[in-house]
Design a protein around this ligand. Structure first.
Ligand SMILES: Nc1ncnc2c1ncn2[C@@H]1O[C@H](COP(=O)(O)OP(=O)(O)O)[C@@H](O)[C@H]1O
Ligand SMILES: [Mg+2]
Length: 234
């Protein structure tokens, strides 16, 4: 469904990813692991069209994403939950969710999708009138994921959803992501928490200095010392 092939991208003259090839099948859960600065967020931005490829290609369900303006990419069913959540702090939970359904197809089903999001995250339902900025980090992360779901995505990309969360909230977040995956949504998960990520995804890629240095099934990668080294950057 999603295919990055030999993708490279840079910030100005500084290369950020080089020759990255990644695939995510329909309904699959795939991990993207690696140390700080390895190029994980850039890879997601390249898929979302927020960063342009300098070479290589990125396609989704037969569409060449590199040829589309960034606002067209969510319309294909790709939701990007960015690093650091980035909810609108001065808006309520409900208003944040409404904004998530910004493409025409999702807008038509907005009320129904919101009920589904509230079923998955009862905490958000309880707080629907609360300003997002007054909620805990874990609740804001739920909201960021919920906002992504409002798009009714075929592929949900999550950038470090457990970053800065207490262990209990990390558990909840991972359970919810697993639930969303079981409902049929493909997941591309960027995580620093390697063991937790590998317990959720079926396959993963390991990035180091902008390159894929390893990929395999979760079973193959779990316990692999090189994976640990790549993550720790040693
Ligand atoms: N906005 C930016 N401007 C310039 N360089 C950046 C920017 N964002 C990231 N980089 C650089 O690109 C490389 C990859 O970063 P990033 O994709 O954010 O890594 P990760 O998400 O794995 O921590 C790093 O060397 C980082 O310093
Ligand atoms: Mg990042």
């Amino acid at each position: 469904m999603l295919e990055l092939s030999g993708a490279s991208a840079a910030y100005g003259s500084v290369p950020a990813i080089s020759n990255v090839s990644i695939e995510v099948g329909e309904g699959e859960a795939v991990g993207l692991l690696g140390a700080n600065g390895a190029g994980k967020s850039t890879t997601l931005r390249a898929i979302s069209g927020l960063v342009r490829l300098t070479s290589g290609s990125v396609t989704f369900a037969g569409s060449d994403l590199a040829k589309l303006p960034p606002y067209k990419i969510p319309e294909l069913g790709i939701a990007h939950v960015p690093e650091g959540r980035q909810v609108f702090p001065e808006m309520t939970v409900q208003e944040n969710l409404e904004i998530g359904a910004f493409v025409p197809k999702a807008k038509a089903d907005r009320a129904q999708t919101m009920e589904l999001v509230y079923q998955i995250f009862p905490r958000l339902a309880e707080r629907r009138r609360q300003l997002a900025g007054t909620m805990s980090g874990g609740e804001q992360q739920m909201l960021a994921v919920g906002r992504g779901l409002m798009l009714k995505p075929r592929l949900l990309m999550l950038d470090e959803p457990s970053l800065g969360l207490a262990p209990v909230m990390t558990d909840v977040t991972f359970e919810k992501i697993a639930e969303i995956h079981r409902m049929g949504t493909a997941i591309l998960l960027v995580e620093q928490n390697v063991s937790r990520a590998l317990s959720l995804v079926q396959r993963a890629y390991v990035l180091e200095s902008g390159r894929v240095i390893m990929h395999g099934t979760s079973a193959e990668l779990a316990g692999n010392r090189e994976v640990q080294a790549a993550y720790l950057g040693i």
